[in-house]
Design a protein around this ligand. Structure first.
Ligand code: ADP
Length: 648
């Protein structure tokens, strides 16, 4: 054969600038593409050998990556199937034509997984090279070795050459802008990123070891990859230790052990394998150091899986490997891709099934894990209706005694005692049993149960439960008197007039501090005799909205509102009754206000109550209420202490 010159078979002369600039924004993926081709060629050879089409011992099949700093070249060599001149012409020169597809068609059922799904893979070499050469010797008995060379314009040369070994060397003459790809450290880290689990051994230089304080090369090749990663093996072959070991192989810097794992294995209607790990998720949704890694036939593609799996699943760790996810397309396209939707639906189902099974098989063990996984499960329930439906059977509520219940179990448990006179089921909760101690004691006296909801998403979760359960309400234990939280028919009343209570309220209001951030409202209630004479409550709705606004956009309005508290004056308490007794009254005539244009109204007679000379005591009572709810601080606390001493 004589040297052949030609023009690469594309419609435009200017394909190279297009490749360089637009096709691949990540220059580094050229290495992934070339190694994928080398691995493909090796796998193809194995397939041909297994059906008797390639004869003899296949010999050394390692793929090698070498750097020549003097010549500024990076070479990827394989001992795979190789190419004849004809094949180079077809597969390389006519770049729109992908040899992988033809091969797959022919050996459909026997072929080892073929990576070549990436389209213009080989040409990505031109992103970083001035010139690319191919030296190839086909496995076919009479084939002549060929040398192809191209300097980044559509002109190429193709000529016969001599090559001792079967297979292909692709030589990249690295462009001076990209000399980082001639550095060992850069290449090694790229290989570890993209090739860590490829099915054919990839060698890069020699293994090094420390000897006499120096790093020296050993006689052993430095193999980058684990060719048989756990997710490609059968679950029956693997023990728990193997899964844990693989977890640390995936995330070498991770110290914690995962809680448990799910081995995914789907054949129909798409192919997907993988292992998902549940880490301990304590708090803070933003810490996602270890991400799920996405592979395509064992080639690393990305660890940005946000558009591929639902957001809550990104809290998990592990790998997903699927040849059916279109990888060379834009992320926005991925979201609307049908395969991707199916895959994400399937993963959701698998995860839910696994959790349901764990709950069914060993409730006690599941309860032990609950606090570590609840953030994940709640996030899923809040953002994915399908997951909610599955998870409602194992999502748990914990009470302050540390007992766990599903929502249905809990509703059953509190039905008798905690249904109010209007037929609403009222679940009581606290986020901080210490701070709400006195409120909790009151609830216990009444035989009520109190939930502990101290998780980041608990408030969102109970709002969701309320939406889905018509007669169910959750109220924090300090949001009102216990009598008002669960109103019963025979509610206690006091015998004081509205005017008396008005006078009492005014007396307290006169003492309230002025604050932008805190707002107090004074009310009178006939609470229990042995409750505090004055105490604080905080409206459930406002407080919950404020808490939820921390996590949700568009709710910052609530976040900016001041904190609001009710100061409840307990008219059942002897001290308060004594104060009421000390109030003096007088008859006044008051003209009701009129708006502009209204007829002036006639004066009305009114009894006005006032309390004089008791400011010290009122202060003291108010401060005790603040103290009981942990709000008395700084100067106010010091004043309270001094006043207490003086009173004694
Ligand atoms: P794809 O890998 O998507 O098929 P490429 O442009 O990367 O696209 O490669 C085109 C074709 O060239 C491959 O399908 C294969 O037939 C052939 N080829 C590329 N690299 C090699 C190699 N190292 N050994 C044998 N054939 C190769």
């Amino acid at each position: 054969m004589t040297t052949k010159k030609g023009s690469i078979g594309v419609t435009s002369d200017n394909i190279f600038p297009v490749i360089k600039k637009f096709l691949y924004s990540d220059h580094e993926i050229f290495l992934r593409e070339l190694i994928s081709n080398a691995v493909d060629a090796t796998q193809k050879l194995k397939t041909l050998s297994s059906v008797g089409e390639a004869k003899g011992d296949l010999g050394d099949l390692r793929v090698r990556v070498t750097i020549d700093k003097k010549k500024n070249t990076l070479t990827v060599s394989d001992h795979g199937i190789g190419m004849t001149a004809d094949e180079v012409d077809r597969y390389i020169n006519q770049i729109a034509f992908s040899g992988a597809e033809e091969f797959l068609g022919k050996y459909k059922d026997k072929t080892e997984a073929i990576i070549g799904h990436f389209g213009l893979g080989f040409y990505s070499a031109f992103m970083v090279s001035d010139k690319v050469e191919i030296f190839s010797q086909s496995y076919q008995p009479d084939a002549k070795a060929v040398h192809w060379s191209c300097s980044g314009d559509p002109e190429y040369t193709l000529e016969e050459t001599i090559k001792a070994e079967r297979g292909t060397d692709v030589v990249l003459h690295i462009n001076e802008e990209f000399t980082q790809y001639l550095e060992d450290a850069t290449i090694e880290s790229l290989l570890r990123k993209y090739c860590k689990f490829l099915p054919v051994e990839i060698a890069f230089g020699m293994k090094k070891e420390w000897k006499d304080g120096k790093e020296v090369e050993t006689g052993e090749e430095n193999i980058i990859n684990d060719t048989n990663p756990a997710w490609m093996r059968k679950p029956a072959e693997l023990k728990d230790e193997d899964y844990k070991a693989f977890y640390h192989e995936l995330y070498p810097t991770q110290m914690d052990e995962p809680l448990f794992h799910i081995h995914l294995n789907v054949d129909y209607p798409f192919h997907l394998t993988g292992i998902l790990y549940f880490p301990r998720i304590k708090s803070n949704l933003d810490v996602r150091r270890n991400k799920i890694q996405l592979y395509c036939n064992q080639v690393f593609v990305t660890d940005e899986v946000e558009n591929i799996v639902p957001e809550y699943l990104t809290l998990l760790h592990g790998v997903i490997d699927s040849p059916d996810i279109p990888l060379n397309v834009s992320r926005s396209y991925l979201q609307s891709d049908n395969n991707v939707k199916k895959i994400s639906g399937h993963i959701t189902k698998k995860v839910a099934d696994k959790l349901a099974e764990m709950y069914k098989n060993d409730k006690e063990d599941f309860e032990k894990k609950w606090d570590d996984i609840k953030l994940f499960i709640q996030f899923g329930m809040l953002t994915d209706e399908k997951f909610y439906e599955r998870a409602i059977g194992f999502a748990l509520l914990k009470n302050i005694q540390g007992n766990y219940f599903t929502l249905e179990e809990y509703k059953e448990r509190i039905k008798e005692a905690q249904t109010d006179k209007d037929g609403n089921l009222v679940a009581l909760y606290t986020q901080d049993p210490d701070a709400h101690y006195t409120f909790i004691e009151r609830a216990k006296e009444k035989g009520y149960d109190v939930l502990l909801l101290d998780g980041e998403l608990d408030v969102h979760q109970i709002s969701q439960f309320e939406q889905k359960n018509e007669h169910l309400r959750f109220v924090r234990i300090d949001s009102d008197t216990i009598e008002n939280l669960i109103r019963k028919e025979n509610q206690e009343k006091d015998s004081y007039t509205d005017e008396q209570k008005e006078g009492l309220r005014k007396a307290f209001e006169g003492l309230l501090p002025d604050s932008e951030k805190l707002r107090y409202y004074v009310t009178c209630e006939a609470a229990a005799k042995d409750a505090l004479p004055v105490f604080l409550t905080q409206n459930e709705f406002m407080r919950r909205m404020k808490e939820m606004s921390q996590h949700q956009q568009g709710m910052s309005f609530y976040g900016q509102m001041p904190d609001q508290y009710n100061i409840v004056i307990n008219t059942s308490h002897p001290l308060i009754q004594e104060l009421i007794g000390k109030m003096t009254s007088e008859e006044v005539e008051e003209v009701p206000e009129t708006k502009e244009g209204e007829e002036p109204k006639a004066a009305e007679k009114k009894t006005v109550y006032t309390l004089a000379g008791e400011d010290e005591r009122l202060h003291q009572l108010f401060d005790i209420a603040l103290l009981a709810s942990g709000q008395l601080k700084g100067e106010s606390l010091a004043k309270f202490v001094n006043r207490s001493v003086a009173l004694l």
